[in-house]
Design a protein. Sequence first.
Length: 304
Amino acid sequence: MDKLGDMMVFLRVAEEGSFSAAGRHLMLTPSAVSKLIARLEARLNVRLFDRIAGNIRLTQEGDRFRVTSRRAVDAVAHAENMLGAPQAEVSGVLHIHTALTTAKYLLAPHLPAFLDKHPQLRLEFMLGTERGDFAKEGIDLAIHSGRPTELSLIARPWLKRPWAIAASPAYLQRHGKPAHPADLQHHRCLNFTIRTRWNSWTFHENGSVETINTPQYIGANQGELLRTLGLVGLGIVRLAQFHIADDMAAGTLVPLLEEYHEQAEDDMFYVLYPSGRAMPPRVRAFLRFLDDVAAANFSLSEVL
């Protein structure tokens, strides 16, 4: 019984939304795909898809199975790739897509030792907060928050990302210190102009969770500019803890509302790379490097 194969077919159906489209990718007839899903449902004793008027959609149980199946398939693919040809020379150009702050604060401090170990390797960073197109842009590996839904990518959990809210002493002297999350509605908040969920500041109080959409005083699509604006006293920022940890330790930014902080469970950095093909030695070496970086940053983020 090929349980992993069944999971891969199920995932393809979930992504395509139809048996026929999944069959075209898998080179199976729609009938064969339908029968395989039916056998899987019988084995699990649960309905994974609702069939309504010729259309299919995931049930709640099917959606939960999709999440766990994706993790299982990714784990197997990663294990196989990491075992391949460890003796091969690490050389060539590695194209990495990630955000500026991730590259600057989490990766750059550790790169000298990594590149000393692999002198034939060159790195090219492609910086941006939105995910790039692996095929069109020639990306080897990416680091971004949020698990992707594409079956063409393996998404490997890397680091959880706690957030911090802070302002400069000069700002607090002029505008006062918020004592409660609701007070933020009367303050100058510095927000992202992309990914609007980042602008929903989440807090917890008395066992309940509250999300506040803060008023935007100045917006930017890069966290590094928001950090600078916060440092010069233009407003309150909500940024990754690793991004402003040194500023808070130095007192140039003052942490705020710490007793109300809430960490979103899905706010995780993922390492993304193509599935279904042999992993080049340069990618394999960089994944091992990322494991070392995760261990070094354990005090800042929970490593999975």
